[in-house]
Design a protein. Structure first.
Length: 228
């Protein structure tokens, strides 16, 4: 009996360091999404300041680097959060608002660097700004909360934003990338508006208006670690 108890005790003692290490690892993993969001926010502030203060090739390259780094954090904060089970309303709303600040900062930096191009296309840009504002207004009016859909087509629009800003900041030209950004921006905002109007109650991470319709009809959504 004593032998069995001793063996059990020794087994627990030997397992203790590994249990502690795994617990610490999980603690770190659960906080990584918040760290990535914070780094994206810092990148946004840095981009805005650099765009306002300098117009050298080095400044433009730094802004492009921070933009791609910010997109990297945006992709992996959600994936990691879903993987470790911390994809909560609080986190997703924080992620969504940080995205807004991030892209607005890049937009203003682009204006500081290329004011003539932005002024030339102010009507298209105003259309996208207006639709973004409309999404927020309708969501606040209906649910009392800002929109936080993270829709699939919005993710595609995010890629077009990356391409458009790369063209604007890196090469000082709008071209096809800008028009792609406008078209996908218009379509994605229509999708978000449809999601808001269809949903019976506020919900985050709704892939599309089709999925919103399924939710309205009482069907559960199949979650994906990579996308939603």
């Amino acid at each position: 009996m004593n032998t069995i108890l001793t063996s059990t005790f020794l087994q627990k003692v030997s397992d203790f360091p590994w249990a502690l290490i795994l617990s610490f690892k999980m603690y770190i993993m659960k906080h990584i999404p918040y760290l990535l969001i914070f780094l994206r926010f810092l990148s946004a502030i840095t981009i805005l300041l650099i765009g306002y203060l300098s117009d050298s090739n080095l400044s433009r390259n730094i802004i492009l680097f921070l933009m791609y780094f910010g997109l990297f954090t945006d992709i992996f904060d959600g994936i990691i959060a879903r993987k470790v089970g911390v994809s909560t309303e609080k986190l997703r709303r924080l992620d969504s608002q940080t995205d807004l600040v991030f892209w607005l900062s890049i937009g203003f930096a682009t204006y500081f660097l290329n004011p003539e191009i932005i002024q030339e296309h102010w009507k298209s840009i105003s259309l996208i700004f207006g639709m973004e504002a409309l999404c927020y207004i309708v969501s606040l009016w209906k649910f009392g909360k800002e929109t936080c859909t993270h829709a699939w087509i919005s993710k595609l629009w995010g890629i077009s934003l990356l391409i458009a800003f790369t063209s604007l900041i890196g090469f000082s030209e709008a071209g096809w990338a800008f028009y792609l950004f406008v078209i996908l921006g218009f379509i994605s905002h229509l999708d978000v508006l449809s999601i808001i109007l269809i949903l019976p109650k506020w919900q985050f991470d709704v892939p599309s208006s089709y999925h919103a319709w399924k939710i309205r009809n009482g069907k559960l959504l199949k979650k994906s670690v990579l996308l939603n």
